[in-house]
Design a protein around this ligand. Structure first.
Ligand SMILES: Nc1ncnc2c1ncn2[C@@H]1O[C@H](COP(=O)(O)OP(=O)(O)OP(=O)(O)O)[C@@H](O)[C@H]1O
Length: 243
């Protein structure tokens, strides 16, 4: 696995290298030795059945789990976006985005990050005054303001309605084109993975069971026969019948 994941780098610098990551909860082994390399600027989607350990792996890579074994190194800055926005209800939008940010350029960076997610006018709002989609865009701004080399995204659009989800996917694609960050996107949604990722990994039985490059070019639509073929292949690997 290590040599396979290293292969896709083609000489590109890695932004994340993880090796032999293992995590058990009591007697239950959830991750049995995961090797993973992400290149600078690369978007990797992580698919897997419910309970396969996707969120557990993401938390380890984010440095949020002290109990795992193996090594995981982010070469640069990482920022995390979760399925729930996790905004502090007692702080206004701009304060939430700027949490932990220091330096005289903080207010300017907060303004720019909010403008980038289309919420420049909502900087004084309270989280409770926002829609689900707006709150999640604030969470994205809070990640962006740190100018991350790597975004760790745990089902970031999973709680949103279908239309808002589509808008967020388009926003993420645009932000990625502008900023060039790398991302690891945990998702249940095969189409979302195919729309956004350069490479898709399948987590099964505690390991990366399959790896699939997505050679679909920058403009992707589900009507494209090549898109459909990859979709069927992935659903098949996930054990979902398509006929
Ligand atoms: N803190 C914990 N204590 C005990 N078991 C846990 C803990 N966190 C996760 N698990 C178990 O580890 C397994 C993997 O959970 P995880 O949330 O990583 O899966 P997932 O692939 O993200 O699932 P889903 O797609 O349903 O969100 C599950 O069986 C879960 O019950």
């Amino acid at each position: 696995m290590a040599s396979r994941t290293a292969g896709h780098l083609n000489g590109a610098e890695p932004v994340l290298t993880a090796h032999a990551v293992r995590r058990a909860f009591g007697p239950t082994v959830v991750l049995a030795g995961v090797d993973l390399t992400i290149a600078r600027g690369e978007v990797v989607a992580l698919l897997g059945g419910s309970g396969s350990g996707k969120s557990t792996l993401l938390r380890i890579l984010a440095g949020l789990d002290g109990e795992a074994s193996g090594t995981s190194v982010v070469h640069g800055t990482a920022a995390v976006v979760f399925q729930e926005h996790r905004l502090l209800p007692w702080k206004r939008v701009a304060e939430n985005v700027g949490l932990g940010l220091s330096g005289a350029d903080g207010p300017g960076r907060i303004r720019r990050a909010l403008a980038e997610v289309g919420l420049a006018e909502r900087d004084r709002a309270w989280p409770a005054e926002l829609s689900g989609g707006q709150a999640q865009r604030v969470a994205v701004a809070r990640a962006l303001v740190r100018e991350p080399d790597l975004l760790l995204l745990d089902e970031p659009f999973g709680a949103l309605d279908a239309l808002t989800r589509l808008r967020m996917q388009i926003l993420l694609r645009r932000l990625r084109a502008e900023h060039g960050f790398a991302a690891l996107l945990v998702t249940h949604d095969v189409e979302e993975a195919l729309l956004l990722a350069d490479r898709i990994l399948l987590l099964d039985d505690g390991r990366i069971a399959a790896e699939l490059p997505v050679d679909l070019g920058p403009t992707r639509t589900p009507d494209d026969p090549a898109f459909g073929a990859l979709r069927r292949h992935l659903l098949d690997r996930l054990g979902v019948p398509t006929t």
